[in-house]
Design a protein around this ligand. Structure first.
Ligand code: DIG
Ligand code: MN
Ligand code: MN
Length: 389
């Protein structure tokens, strides 16, 4: 692959241990790849040019590890990070694999399970901070229902709020430099998951005791599963100052969560996302929460990781070309020209501005008459992406 798309540390490309460590198990098939150790994954990611690696507590430390085993695992992991110059910017808790969480974690009916979920998360936060994490993700994979006969959604929201408020206080009390990033998903593995989209999470954050500590970790596939425009969701999170982290992958709409290689299926939506992230100057990690096809061997996993980063860098270059394309920019400028005279209200409300605008007579026919050349703009973009412009 040409060197012009080789990832650099400043690109801040990260992968979870569970992504390139995915062994290819699916609901209808057994693993197809031998597992890699965390140290082997750190070395692999360093080889392909990643900036960092993220983890769930139990991706790194098995849930039944002894204290001595835990300490040795963490020591060797941190040694590998230092040896290869990788960071561990994000950590999170696995609150979805163990059968104890089959009715949820923070929203389980059983208060002992809710308490265990907070216990497990505090210890996982300790581990994340010990490895250098500054973002802590909460993906509530089991926080949902198959039947709403089983619990009130109002109770569930209140339990989630109680847990997050408690854990925010724990982070402050411990002096941790941590921001919480909530990750929405509409369903899978539960029939319906609470807080299904970026919009619902943004509404929820405002009800917490420390809303400033809490933001979003939106994921491409998850908004796509909900039939939504991911770039619009990310723009709203950014506008609210809540884009704390982002999970990049791809998804064929109307399917289960496929966690495909970034831009593997929907090139144009991926372009608009990269264009937005680069335009607004998002400077957080670009985390690929995805995995290789089940058909792949260990080298195919490396191809997957390289492809995620390569496609991002190609689309970043295309976004720069879009911004510098005189024909496209000229048409956009025309579309944003006023089609008629009108009294200005740009300085915000005043009674004078309101009366002038209210009494102005608009020519609706004139407002409706101008063609906006969007077909031409979008085709120019298509030409650009297909490499003929
Ligand atoms: C699934 O999209 C979730 C889990 O992989 C993890 O908890 C989170 C962090 O990327 N994404
Ligand atoms: Mn996912
Ligand atoms: Mn994710």
């Amino acid at each position: 692959m040409s060197d012009s798309y080789r990832p650099q540390p400043e690109d801040k490309f990260t992968f979870g241990l569970w992504t390139v460590g995915n062994v290819g198990r699916d609901p209808f098939g057994e693993p197809v790849r031998a597992p890699f150790s965390p140290v082997e994954i750190v070395r692999m990611l360093a080889d392909v040019g990643a900036y960092g690696v993220n983890f769930h507590d139990n991706d790194l430390v098995p849930i039944d590890a002894t204290a001595r085993e835990r300490d040795e695992i963490v020591r060797s992991f941190k040694e590998a990070l230092d040896e290869r110059g990788l960071k561990a910017p994000m950590a999170t808790t696995n609150l979805f694999t163990d059968p104890a969480f089959r009715d949820g974690a923070f929203t389980a009916n059983d208060p002992a399970v809710r308490a265990y979920a907070i216990h497990k998360t505090m210890r996982a936060m300790d581990l994340g901070v010990e490895c250098g994490a500054t973002t802590y993700v909460f993906w509530g994979g089991r926080e949902g229902t198959e039947s709403d006969a089983t619990k009130s959604p109002v109770d569930a929201l209140a339990w989630m709020r109680e847990a997050l408020n408690f854990l925010c206080e724990y982070a402050v009390d411990q002096g941790y430099d941590l921001r919480f990033a909530l990750e929405p998903k509409p369903n899978e593995p539960r029939g319906d998951i609470y807080f299904p989209t970026v919009g619902s999470m943004l509404g929820f954050i405002g009800t917490l005791d420390r809303p400033d500590m809490v933001g979003l970790n939106p994921e491409v596939a998850h908004e796509h599963m909900a039939g939504l425009n991911f770039t619009h969701a990310v723009a709203q999170a950014w506008d609210a100052g809540k884009l704390f982290h982002i999970d990049l992958n791809d998804q064929n709409p109307g399917r289960y969560d496929q966690d495909f290689r970034f831009a593997a299926h929907n090139l144009k939506p991926a372009f608009f996302l990269v264009k937005l992230l680069e335009e607004v100057g998002y400077d957080g990690p670009r985390h690929f929460d995805a995995h290789a096809y089940r058909t792949e061997d260990a080298e195919g996993v490396r191809d997957f990781a390289r492809g995620c980063m390569r496609s991002y860098l190609i689309l970043k270059e295309k976004a720069q070309a879009f911004a510098q394309d005189e024909a496209i920019q000229g048409l956009l400028a025309e579309a944003q020209q006023a089609s008629a005279e009108f009294p200005s209200y740009a300085g915000g409300y005043s009674r004078q501005a309101a009366e002038a605008l209210r009494e102005h007579s608009f020519d609706r026919g004139q407002l409706a008459s101008r063609g906006l050349a969007y077909e031409k703009i979008d085709q120019l973009l298509t030409d650009l992406l297909l490499g003929v412009r």
